[in-house]
Design a protein around this ligand. Sequence first.
Ligand code: SF4
Length: 531
Amino acid sequence: MNEPCHKTCNFGRLQKLKFYKYPAILLNNHIGRRESGNQRVFRKAKVLLVNPWIHDFTAFDLWSKPVGLLSIGRLLSGAGIEVSMLDLTNSVPKRKSDGTGQYSHEIIPTPPVLDGILRHRRYKRYGIPYTEAAHRANSHRRPDLILLTSAMTYWYRGVAETVDFLKRAYGNVEIWAGGTYVELMPEHARENLDVSRIINNMSPSQVANEVFDFLMIKPGARWSDPDSIDIYHPYSSDHCFVTRTSFGCPMNCSYCGSHTIHGQYRQRNPESVALDILKATRRGVRNITFYDDALLAGNSCHLKNVLDCLETLLPPSLRPESASSKPLAFHVPNGLHGRLMDSECAAMLARWNFGTINIGYEFDDASHQDDTGGKIFRDELETAVANLRNAGFGPERIRAYLLCGYPGTKLADLTDAIKATVGAGARPAMALFSPVPGSRDFQRLFSDMKVAGEPLLANKNIYPIHSGFCTEDEYAALRIAIQILEKELISRGSVPDAPVMDILLRELEGVKKRWNPYPEAQNSNPVSGMD
Ligand code: SF4
């Protein structure tokens, strides 16, 4: 028996598309439209990739790039589709030499649910100012499909505003939304985003295949590495190249969403990663950022393999130990596994000009470490810092992330962790806790709380204060205390037995006077969590 004709030819679907969906037919991956009169114009199918605005109290561009969206863009452009990018966060007036910087922002009304929690911070839209964004949107011809990404769950209102903006710019256009927020809270996204489709549980190549089906396009050759982003680079100024050597993490800390977002830990082909970096350097990029969750997993062998491959590919002027005036610089914003920072690994990072090394320490209390996954203990932090220091990293280039506001911990636990960190010779960096849907903690602690239905309450600037971990004054005093300790650490090399609590209490008085100049008119503001 013959195959049914709809399996072997597209005619039926084309007719449907022509009469019921779009006035369009397809020719060699071009969509034909009856633009005016009887004139039929053939043009490439067009997909617009959109990185939405951020709505928050604070935001900073720490080499942020929509890596997943760029991977999809590479697959689509490789198949002959016209792909454009509208990155609404791509507005950093003054970048530092390492490629980071403050986003432009406009003040917007604070959502009612957050009203009154922070007295000294304004809610903002971070990224390209609205009117300029409208100009940029108008400079793109109307796309056949928009792929919209998302990041933090508590930035969802920025995604919703972006959908509204795109509909104003392009009319009733097909929009598919994906990204981290959608992955972690698909039902919430379905209810709150006015889009045609929610994309979750799909790899970049699966999304690309869905796009080909939707546009009825037959892609050419199969791609060798669907995670690569080497072909597609839509940014006019390449201040940094962002890539990953792996996805996910072999550990499973109770507060982390890595497993929900990436599933099983997997590594990319080292040669493919090295080739992507090489191509970026040929465009003049010198800042390379790894966005891995677990860059050192596999005893740092994987990273070593990537860097070994890269060394064979790079021209001599860009290899380590060359006397280039613009050497390559590597950055890792996510925390590294301190337990895996042996002397060989530390020497490798120093040789390849890695900038500040961030170690995920989170708690000093061993029972908190045990309860959450046992990622690292104090002696391992001390060994990691010693190895980095021996490899040539000064204290200004070694930081330890400490969780601020984790449920069940007190402010005194955090000051103990700060003390242990500066005692070990590393700078303390507060990582404000935010409940991550899909993490083990979220299911255990938050599933029946208000925060589960309203991601805005999981905002890292809000949660530690809203949950009663500390007051806004205490948080401000903590930041000042850390700056004081950092200065001392950098001048002395380490600060054993730092009187963190004394410094905090002293600075708290100053903050209160500055923010509440008439204390008799204010309610008393006790230091919470300290007993
Ligand atoms: S917190 Fe770090 S070590 Fe723990 S699961 Fe997440 S990525 Fe892995």
